[in-house]
Structures are given as structure tokens and as C-alpha cells.
Design a binder for this molecule. Structure first.
Ligand code: ZN
Length: 296
């Protein structure tokens, strides 16, 4: 009986927190979806099922950033947009392919311009193909992709889509509003817990440091991440330093001949850190260890 309870609790948590939230760190129900003005015509979408997203009200239409995790949360987002503007939603920008940023696509009207990095489209395609329940989302695959920086023009103000290379995944983009100095950064930053690197999607910790460096070089004041309140340059700087320190410490311990288990123990990471069955969230230390030992 106890076991059944634990399994269903894990299932419930897994369903809504998605790839980006280790079990046990979030309440079993997402907080209600809310919208907050960040600056000018830029808004943050928080709560509901899935990661933080946002939208920008342009001259002729609304540009939405990320698609939440369920059609219901997407519809709640649209309802909030309707309270602010009657303009149609014209564009969807996808920061990366994780399910808590894309599985709500079906709640949006068809026919939108959907933009993402080419690798993100490939990862979405694979994920949607192999799950019968997600196949309807194939109709929402990005219809405009790019592999480098891309400037979106003609929407009332220039929106820069920046690519800093593989980091959290290999298709992360930053949506940068230069005039307001606001950057939507997907999951390039996690504050208050281990940064997450999806190695299976080509993410790397060394790439993450590079991306954080590039984020610091941007003339930005506000960074909107998928799982935190709005961040500042100081937050990004602190995160970058902590990842670099971990990399240096792991490198030194490898040189000193320590095993992965010894290194994890030195960082206080339990040998069998608990992820639900069938899923795994290796610690950042483990990812760094793999990267450093693979290169040799
Ligand atoms: Zn993510």
C-alpha cells in the first residue's frame, strides 16, 4: 500500500514537473498561472503547468515565448493575454525542446509562426514521434529554424534570437529585447539548485559556462529563466563562478586519481541520488566528471 502511494506520488510529480524538476523539490500542484509586466510590452508568465515563459505585445500581434507543459496551461496563458490586448498571437519562440517548455503547444491556435534552433526542432520531432499521445504536436513543429543568431524584424521592435552553442541542451536560444535590456534565457540558469545539463541532448557544462559568459556580455539587466524569479547579472555571474569552481575541483580530484564515487562523496552527493525509476538526473558533478574523463 505504501509502495503504491509512493509510486503514484512520483508519477504525479513527474507528470507536471517534467525534465527540469527533480522529484521532491516542488509541490504536487503547480501554483496558479500569473502574468507580470517586466518592462514596456514584455510580460513574464509564471505558474501553471510547465516552466516560466513570457510574451511581447508588438505593433500588430503578440509574440509568445515557450509553450508551457499542457494545453490547459497554454489556454490559461492565452486567456491572460486576452485581458491585456485584443491583438492576435502571431509568433511562438521556443527556447529549447524540454517537455515543460513545449508540450502545451496543442493549446495554441494552428497557423502560428513557430521559431526555434534547428536542433530543438529535431529533438521535439523525435520526442513527439515516439509518444502516441504527443503525435498531434507534430503539427506544431517549428516552421522556421536557424543554426546561428537570428533577428526577428517587423514586429514593432527588433527581437534578437541568440545562439551561444550547446549548454543546457544543444539547441538553447536566448530571446533578447535589446531596447528593454531583457533576455529570456530558457534553462541556461538555475539558481538555488544544481544547474541541469541534458547530456543526451548534447548539453555540456563547459558549454554552459561559455553561454553564461555570453549572457554576461549582453547589454541586459533582467534575465528570465524557466524556473526562477527574474535574475540579475550578479545571479548569472555567481552561477558561472560556482560551475567553474566545481569544474576545477573535479579536474583536480581526477588528476589525484579519485574515483567518481569518491568525488561525489567529497561534494556530499549520495551515491544513488534518487530520481524516479526510469528517469535519471545525474548531478552536475557527475556530468563534469564524464566530460573530463571522456576527453582523454
Ligand atoms: Zn530545460
Amino acid at each position: 500500500m505504501k509502495k503504491i502511494f509512493i509510486l503514484s506520488a512520483i508519477a504525479l510529480i513527474s507528470v507536471w514537473t517534467g525534465l527540469d524538476a527533480p522529484a521532491g523539490q516542488q509541490p504536487p500542484q503547480p501554483p496558479p498561472l500569473t502574468v507580470q509586466n517586466i518592462k514596456g510590452h514584455i510580460y513574464l508568465v509564471k505558474g501553471g503547468s510547465g516552466a516560466n515563459g513570457g510574451f511581447f505585445i508588438g505593433a500588430k500581434g503578440v509574440v509568445v515565448i515557450d509553450a508551457k507543459m499542457t494545453a490547459e496551461a497554454a489556454k490559461q496563458t492565452i486567456a491572460e493575454i486576452r485581458k491585456i490586448t485584443p491583438l492576435p498571437i502571431t509568433h511562438l519562440l521556443i527556447t529549447h525542446s524540454d517537455l515543460d517548455h513545449v508540450n502545451g503547444l496543442g493549446g495554441f491556435p494552428p497557423g502560428l509562426k513557430i521559431l526555434a534552433h534547428a536542433q530543438t526542432k529535431k529533438d521535439m520531432d523525435e520526442a513527439f514521434q515516439k509518444d502516441e499521445a504527443l503525435k498531434p504536436l507534430l503539427a506544431y513543429l517549428p516552421n522556421q529554424t536557424f543554426t546561428d543568431d537570428f533577428d526577428l524584424k517587423g514586429l514593432g521592435e527588433e527581437i534578437r534570437l541568440l545562439y551561444f552553442g550547446p549548454a543546457h541542451t544543444s539547441g538553447d536560444i536566448v530571446v533578447f529585447f535589446a531596447a528593454e535590456k531583457v533576455a529570456f534565457i530558457g534553462d541556461l540558469a538555475f539558481i538555488g539548485r544544481d544547474p541541469l545539463i541534458h547530456k543526451q541532448k548534447g548539453g555540456t557544462s563547459f558549454g554552459l559556462v561559455k553561454a553564461l559568459k555570453d549572457l554576461l556580455a549582453l547589454d541586459a539587466e533582467t534575465y528570465i529563466a524557466g524556473h526562477n524569479d527574474p535574475l540579475t547579472k550578479n545571479d548569472i555571474q555567481g552561477l558561472m563562478t560556482s560551475v567553474e569552481e566545481k569544474q576545477a575541483k573535479v579536474r583536480d580530484m581526477i588528476k589525484a586519481g579519485r574515483s567518481l564515487d569518491e568525488i561525489k562523496a567529497a561534494f556530499g552527493i549520495a551515491a544513488a541520488a534518487g530520481a524516479p525509476a526510469g528517469r535519471s538526473w545525474p548531478s552536475l558533478v557527475e556530468i563534469i566528471y564524464q566530460e573530463l574523463t571522456e576527453k582523454k
